[in-house]
Design a protein around this ligand. Sequence first.
Ligand code: GAR
Length: 210
Amino acid sequence: TPRLVILISGTGSNMLALVEACRRGDLDATVAGVISNRPDAAGVQHARDRDIPALVVDHKEFSDRLAFDKAMMDAIDEFDPDLVVLAGFMRILTPEFVRHYQGRLLNIHPSLLPLYPGLNTHQRAIDAGDSTHGVSVHFVTEELDGGPVVAQAVVSVTADDSANSLKDKVHAQEHVLYPIVVKWFVEGRLRLTSKSVTLDGKELPASGLR
Ligand code: GAR
C-alpha cells in the first residue's frame, strides 16, 4: 500500500480528512506518519488519538532553515513515503527539500492560484471584491505557492461573507478535494513532468481540473 507522510502546523483537519478517506477505503493508502513543526499543533494529538505516529520537529530548535529542513527530511524518510502531503504546513521550504521530494510533494493552498499566494487569502479575496474564491492542490516546486496546479474547487463569495465564513466554506471543499487528488497520485495517474502535470497521460490546464 502506498505510504503517505503528512506535514502539519495546526489543527490538521485536512490530515484527518485523508486519514478518514483511508479508513473508509476511499483511498488505498496508509498514513505512515504525521510531522508537525509546532509542538502545540492540535493535529499531533488528533493523529495519535487515531494510532498514527506523530512527531514534532520544532523549527525553533534549529539555527537556520536548511538545518531544520534536513532534520525534516531525515524524519520523513524514516517513514519511507511514496508521497509527502503538506496539509496546513506553514513553513517555507528550501530548494534542497523541494528537490529531494520533486514529483512526490503536494500542497493545498486556500485560494484559486495564481491568485493570492502567501497568507490571509480569505481576507484578500474579500478586499478585492471577488465573487469567487476557493482552494488549489498543487505540486510543490521551488517557487512559493507557484508549482503546477492539479485541481481547484470554487466557492462563491457572498455579500455577508467574512474571512472566517469564507475559511469555513473553503475548508469544506478542501476536505473533499485533497483525498481525491491524493487518490489520483497513489493510483499512479498523476505525474509532474518538466513543464506541467498530467492525469492519465493528458496534460492538465494551468488552473488544474475544477
Ligand atoms: C488549510 O486551509 C490550508 O489550505 C491552509 O492552512 C489550512 C490548514 O488547516 N494552508 C496554507 O495556508 C498553506 N500556506 P488544517 O490544519 O485544518 O488542515
